[in-house]
Every structure is written in C-alpha cells, then in structure tokens.
Design a protein around this ligand. Structure first.
Ligand code: 5GP
Ligand code: ZN
Length: 111
C-alpha cells in the first residue's frame, strides 16, 4: 500500500536488517529496539488490525507464530521471548500494517 513504511520495506524500497523472508512474511530488526533483541514479524499482505482478519489472514498469522516458534533459537531467543501486537491508538500503534514484535535477549521488565 502506498505510503506504508512496512510495504516499502517489503518492496525493498527502504532498507532493513532482515533475518527471515519467504513469500508471505518478512522478519527484520526494529530500527529503535526496546530490548537487546527486537524483531518485527510482518505479513506481506497489508492490513492493520486483527479485526480485519478473514480465515485466510488468520491462517497466515498462525503461520507467522509457527515460524517464530521454529526460528526463535536461531534468532538468539532460546532463553525466552515476548510477543506484542499493538492494536490502535491506546496501544500506541504507529505503523498501521499488522506486525508482531518479538522481544528478548534479556530479562524483560513487566511494567
Ligand atoms: P507499533 O508502535 O506500530 O506497534 O510499532 C512500530 C515499530 O516499527 C516501532 O517499534 C518502530 O521502531 C518500528 N519502525 C518504524 N519505522 C521503521 C523502519 O523504517 N524500519 C524499521 N526496521 N523499524 C521501524
Ligand atoms: Zn503496508
């Protein structure tokens, strides 16, 4: 989608530190990491909110979770990690293209 920063990263128009890519998702390092390891898992299909998921998108999000589970140790997250999906204004969602934050590499604060 035009003017979407993650669509531009997917299209290769903006560089990113990619750790994984296939035909339906991309995983890259967050530009402003909030933990020692901070990755963003992003579907190539542009949609912003979980409420926009039909069955096809729900299956895609499930495959994203499966991929994170399969790859987490390779990404340095064998000791544990946290997934965050910000939804809407109160959550502070700034990029309106669905993404799963993958945080770890340290003990994570919970407050
Ligand atoms: P949100 O607040 O929408 O859940 O998270 C958006 C995330 O995208 C933020 O953590 C922010 O640092 C990250 N981000 C925004 N622009 C870019 C960019 O151009 N490149 C990368 N790698 N991350 C970005
Ligand atoms: Zn997009």
């Amino acid at each position: 989608m035009k003017d979407c920063i993650f669509c531009k990263i997917i299209a290769g128009e903006i560089p990113s530190a990619k750790v994984y890519e296939d035909e339906e998702m991309i995983v890259f390092k967050d530009i402003e990491p909030k933990a020692k390891i901070h990755l963003l898992c992003v579907p190539k299909d542009h949609f912003a909110l979980l409420t926009e998921m039909d069955e096809k998108r729900a299956a895609l999000v499930a495959r994203m979770l499966r991929k994170i589970a399969d790859k987490h140790a390779e990404w340095g997250l064998a000791d544990g990690y946290r997934l965050v999906v910000n939804q809407g204004e109160n959550a502070g969602q700034t990029v309106h293209h669905l993404h799963i934050h993958v945080l770890g590499g340290q003990t994570l604060p919970w407050d």
